[in-house]
Design a protein around this ligand. Structure first.
Ligand code: DOR
Ligand code: ZN
Length: 346
């Protein structure tokens, strides 16, 4: 049995680092594990311009100790009246790595999102032209669609048409949660990829109702049935370069989670790599962790792989129930549970 593995330093291709005190509290958890991260733009107000992204990038770097070696990769929040010229300029200047499509009202701070993809076709055409990846939160928002079907319906109603009209556009289907999404991604060309979170590999929808309502297992898209979790595990560990690591770590203060109307989001940054390692181990695929965590993402984004290395060893670790984040506790994913992998040296 393999007891130690060493892989290239990984990247997180989808993370929420927030702003202000929360940014100060959480940035280091991501920077400790990952060399780079695609930073989500759903701040309030959202990051819609190159100038605001550059300023946000500066705030992220200021929240980290000097010499952290971490590079935040910024994204542009698309709205119905997104400015294609500013976005393209930001991309050319290395400020924007990608742009994010939130369907309006799909999730946290998405009220300014896109009401109809038709409204942003010129922006998407521009992205296709300049090779700028589109990151998609793939859920319809119609109240008459069952919440567990929103991703599958999005594929039928939006994704299929989108890739048909823009066949060369690079698209990352973010945090996929269904067998339908896996089937869709598998059936498309190399310009379509997907990120998979640790939580969607570990939990199914029962976790939200285990003995009572469990707000810390609630995220969007919500976890689905077991058959979907198994399809995601198969995809992540398949070795296909279409799938890569994206934690969707999304911290919220405890009172905002444990509320009559709790926020969506799972804070998994502190033990993300250990959490993925446990899945790959359980699937007998530790030899494929490096591809998923450290190679497929850079290849898709056209970036070099990291040169550094990180080692994990098989050693049980009890994950704390709370993590102090600058005086205010946050509940991490796996809090109170044991993970069988630890980063060496941590
Ligand atoms: O669970 C989620 N939390 N899903 C999202 O899409 C957004 C995120 C957040 O920002 O809290
Ligand atoms: Zn997210």
């Amino acid at each position: 049995m393999t007891d130690t593995i060493t892989i290239r330093r990984p990247d997180d291709w989808h993370v929420h680092l927030r702003d202000g005190a929360m940014l100060e509290a959480v940035a280091l958890f991501t920077a400790r594990q990952f060399a780079r991260a695609i930073v989500m733009p759903n701040l309030s107000p959202p990051v819609t311009s190159a100038a605001s992204a550059a300023a946000y990038r500066d705030r992220i770097m200021a929240a980290l100790p000097a010499g952290s070696g971490f590079t935040p990769l910024m994204t542009c929040y698309l709205t119905d009246d997104a400015d294609a010229d500013d976005m393209a300029r930001g991309h050319a200047e290395g400020i924007f790595t990608a742009a994010k499509l939130y369907p309006a009202n799909a999730t946290t701070n998405s009220a300014h999102g896109v009401t109809d993809v038709a409204h942003i076709m010129p922006v998407l055409e521009r992205m296709q032209e300049i090779g700028m990846p589109l990151l998609v939160h793939g859920e319809v928002t119609d109240g008459d669609i069952d919440i567990f079907d929103r991703e599958a319906v999005f594929i039928d109603r939006v994704m299929t048409k989108l890739i048909r009209s823009l066949p060369e556009l690079k698209v990352v289907f973010e945090h996929i949660t269904t067998a339908q999404a896996v089937q869709f991604v598998d059936s498309t060309g190399p310009n379509i990829a997907a990120t998979i979170t640790p939580h969607h590999l570990h939990i199914n929808r029962n976790a939200m109702f285990a003995g009572g309502i469990r707000p810390h297992a609630y995220c969007l898209p919500v976890a689905k049935r077991e058959l979907h979790r198994l399809a995601l595990r198969k995809a992540a560990t398949s070795g296909s370069s279409k799938y890569f690591l994206g934690t969707d770590s999304a911290p919220h203060e405890v009172h905002a989670k444990e509320s009559a109307c709790g926020c969506a989001g799972i804070f998994n940054a502190p033990y993300a790599l250990e959490s993925y390692a446990a899945v790959f181990d359980e699937e007998g695929a530790l030899d494929r962790l490096e591809g998923f965590a450290s190679e497929h993402g850079p290849k898709f984004y056209g970036l070099p792989c990291n040169e550094g290395r990180v080692s994990l060893e098989r050693r049980p670790a009890i994950i704390p129930e709370n993590i102090d984040a600058a005086g205010s506790p946050l509940v991490p994913f796996h809090g109170g549970a044991t993970l069988n992998w630890q980063i060496v040296g941590s």
